[in-house]
Ligand binder design. Sequence first.
Ligand SMILES: [Zn+2]
Length: 102
Amino acid sequence: MCVLCNDAKEEISHLFFECRFSAKVWERVLKKIKVHRRPFKWARDISWFQRKTCGKSMLTRVRRVALSTCVYMIWKARNCLIFQQKQPQGVQRNPRGASDAL
Ligand SMILES: [Zn+2]
């Protein structure tokens, strides 16, 4: 179960792109770098980043950093919840998970 939303199975595609929390991280980061697209699915987004991050221009470097930052922030938030029981800012979990634990 995804600890960030308690609403879906934790798989790579869900955790990094489809989860409500992850979508918000992507939305904020992409907005900062003036990329106007929404996160979709793992394979599609990785393919998009592969095409858009080739080269040595400042823009492609910023996009690579944005990708790394998003993945890091999502993974860090997940681990904070699991190992330190710390709720990252912006995480709104489905309360169903709490009742499932009872
Ligand atoms: Zn989730």
